[in-house]
Design a protein around this ligand. Structure first.
Ligand code: DUC
Ligand code: ZN
Ligand code: ZN
Ligand code: ZN
Length: 482
């Protein structure tokens, strides 16, 4: 790994900005300050960052690469998906191991680890709990203690497939508490969705326009409230993935205002795309937007922005889960068979900068917080990831706030044939991306290297986390001695 000197830029961290040079060596940041005071080794590559922001590379805490789902597999594997991420300034993804019900957790985990070996960027895994028995309980312990998994995902939707019932939520959340791991939830009431889907089909509404009607905001709000309630009873923190509507944003804010540790993630797509896409006359276009939770009417977008601005919501992600037109066509006679998922891993940073920073909703430091630092903190990657400081990984994005581009499937790096941000012109773009101190994106040229990404272990929070939870439990009445 050569040395790289980034000269003359403005370093932006979540908590401060400064004009500074940055020296990278051996894949790490070794100095931040004034290069005139340093001995620069011969052969160091210099990047001129004049007029650019130097920020920690994005961390996308929610992607699905190489995901076998709804009878097919995503078109992006770990190589194409992480390559697209690097082109967009994202240098780490946290993907999901999703065991089939009854599949041993460790078997699924090793399957995903194998698929991910071709990743071009660093990556980590949340593991989904899709069923429960003693072996699941035991394997959660192995994953936390030996494999660096500190978060477990629970799908409250997808009945008859990967959905968790409340008993499994209770069992798994209790186990998360013991292990110091973070429970996360996909909050949608799967029973209600299932019944509403059947009603749509009975009424003869079989196209993609039925998708959002079968998953109204109320089903998300109910599930978010329920998961938060389970977490409160167990005294464990909770992270709600893809908060898409006012109902779940409010559930999170209410619980936080009571002092509960609840965290929320927002997808770039939900911030800027609305549900009119499902009424597009062309099936291919409407189906390309089928993901869960669905896009909402515009009024929900301001609730999500306000949550990010106020600190009641914390991270941004994409749920990057790409299916092409021929895969989406599996649902041409029933919307319930359209594989759920949309892309965005390359576009997230630019879309949020454009809609967030350029509009005055976010400062550059707040942008760093919600695209990188907060995720690093919540999932225990900080300060290795999520900040520009000596000792951190040299995962950086050099951002041109004045550069523009038009997002399109014709130019994106995902293998998908559709881009949900098609035609959107954004101002604020990544000019250089560095991964492990290597320039992997340079002014439109992608130099991703298959297999260069590393699996990143995330230690559990352990005793501190349980101590915080024990404080919650003190509030429970003590047994009365008679
Ligand atoms: N939602 C999607 O749209 N795709 C993958 C899984 C999910 O919950
Ligand atoms: Zn989900
Ligand atoms: Zn997902
Ligand atoms: Zn195809």
């Amino acid at each position: 790994m050569g040395n790289v000197l980034i000269k003359g830029g403005t370093v932006v961290n979540a908590d401060y900005q400064q004009r500074a040079d940055v020296l990278c060596a051996g894949g790490k940041i070794v100095a931040v300050g004034d290069a005139a005071e340093w001995d620069i080794p011969a052969g160091t590559e210099t990047l001129d960052a004049g007029g650019l922001y130097v920020m920690p590379g994005g961390i996308d805490p929610h992607t699905h690469m190489n995901f076998p789902f709804m009878g097919t597999t995503t078109v992006d594997d770990f190589y194409s998906g992480t390559s697209a991420a690097l082109a967009g300034g994202t240098t780490t993804i946290i993907d999901f191991v999703i065991p089939n019900p009854q599949q041993p957790l460790m078997e699924a985990y090793h399957q995903w680890r194998g698929w991910a070996e071709k990743a071009a960027s660093d990556y980590s895994f949340h593991v989904a709990i899709t069923w429960w028995d003693e072996s699941v309980r035991r394997d959660m312990g192995t994953l936390v203690r030996e494999e660096g998994v500190n978060s477990f995902k629970h799908f409250m939707a997808y009945k008859n497939a990967i959905m968790c019932d409340d008993e499994t939520l209770m069992n798994s959340f209790r186990r998360c508490l013991e292990l110091g791991a973070m429970p996360t939830v996909h909050a949608e009431n799967g029973e209600m969705v299932y019944l509403l889907q059947q009603e749509m089909l009975k009424q003869g509404i079989t196209g993609p326009e039925a998708h959002p009607l079968s998953r109204p905001p109320e089903v998300e709000g109910e599930a978010a409230n329920r998961a938060i309630t389970v977490a409160s009873i167990m005294g464990v923190p909770i992270y709600v993935v893809h908060v898409s509507c006012r109902e779940s944003a409010e559930a999170i804010a209410r619980a936080r205002n009571r002092g509960q540790r609840v965290y929320g993630e927002v997808l770039a797509g939900h911030l800027v795309i609305d549900d009119s896409v499902y009424r597009h006359p062309d099936f291919t276009v409407a189906a390309a937007h089928v993901m869960s939770p669905p896009f909402r009417d515009k009024s929900h977008q301001s609730a999500l922005w306000h949550g990010l601005q106020s600190g009641q919501l914390h991270t941004t992600a994409t749920d990057h889960c790409t299916f092409c037109a021929s895969q989406k066509a599996m649902g041409s006679d029933s919307f319930t068979k359209i594989p759920n998922g949309c892309g965005g891993v390359e576009e997230r940073m630019a879309v949020i900068w454009d809609a967030g920073v350029n509009s005055g909703r976010l400062t550059p430091s707040e942008f760093v917080a919600i695209t990188s630092a907060n995720t690093a903190r919540l999932f225990n990657l900080y300060p290795r990831k999520g900040c520009v400081a000596p000792g951190a990984d040299a995962d950086l994005v050099l951002w041109d706030p004045a550069g523009s581009k038009t997002l399109s499937a014709a130019t994106h790096h995902s293998r998908n044939d559709f881009n949900v941000f098609e035609g959107r012109t954004v101002t604020g773009v990544p000019v250089f991306t560095l991964s492990q101190g290597v320039v992997v994106w340079a002014d439109g040229e992608l130099r991703a290297r298959e297999g260069a990404g590393r699996y990143i272990k995330r230690p559990a929070f352990g005793p501190d986390f349980s101590a915080a939870a024990a404080w919650e439990r003190q509030r429970a009445p003590q047994a009365v001695a008679r």
